[in-house]
Design a protein. Structure first.
Length: 204
């Protein structure tokens, strides 16, 4: 039985968002003598064409799109592929998703290791330059001393600010207490005036 053959189609960037679309043409599929599509065991030609179309598209995206921008494009393509594939092919797509994720993590790890190597080389060079230069070393000591003084000032300022906040809180509580005392005294004075007026009326 002849198996389905699909060539990898050319791809184009068709949108500003770098969405890659790959679709096999009719000529890419080997027809039988009667003009019908040839299917492999366990499925039909349309299912396999849809699967290969998705795999080619996802592979192109994983290769040409940077890792940080990959998943927004990849998720949309995967959803569109799932809607056109039978259930038995969806596990293959999920497996391919895991492979793409691992590949991108390995590529990111390689980039980070290179950056770390460059940073360590720069640190070693700067340390050597400082050790070989008395003036730079003296300036470094002075800067560290100034930094320690600034840190002490910041700590003292934070402590003073905390004390001021606590003092303001205490003063606020005292003000509330004095306001309550004032209201109570005014109420007593008002009662005394009322009693005085009543006694005055009784005496008259």
């Amino acid at each position: 039985m002849d198996a389905l053959m699909v060539q990898v189609p050319p791809f184009d960037v068709v949108r500003p968002e770098l969405e890659l679309v790959a679709c096999p043409s009719v000529e890419d599929i080997c027809p039988a003598k009667d003009g019908t599509l040839v299917a492999t065991p366990g499925g039909n030609a349309n299912d396999i064409v849809a699967l290969l179309n998705c795999l080619v598209t996802l592979a192109l995206i994983a290769w040409f799109v940077p890792p940080m921008a990959l998943w927004s494009l990849y998720f949309g393509v995967l959803i569109r592929c799932k809607s056109t594939l039978p259930r038995r092919w969806r596990k293959c797509l999920m497996l391919f998703q895991g492979v793409v994720a691992i590949y991108n993590l390995m590529r990111q790890q390689s980039s980070l290791l290179k950056r770390l190597e460059v940073t360590e080389s720069m640190q070693a060079f700067l340390t050597q330059q400082i050790d070989n230069n008395e003036e730079l070393r003296a300036q470094l000591v002075w800067v560290e001393s100034e930094l320690a003084s600034i840190r002490k000032v910041v700590v003292d300022a934070k402590k003073l600010l905390k004390e001021l906040e606590e003092g303001m809180q205490v003063a606020k509580v005292k003000a509330c207490w004095m306001e309550e005392e004032k209201e109570a005294a005014e109420a007593k004075c008002k009662d005394a005036e009322q009693e005085r007026d009543q006694l005055k009326r009784e005496l008259e």
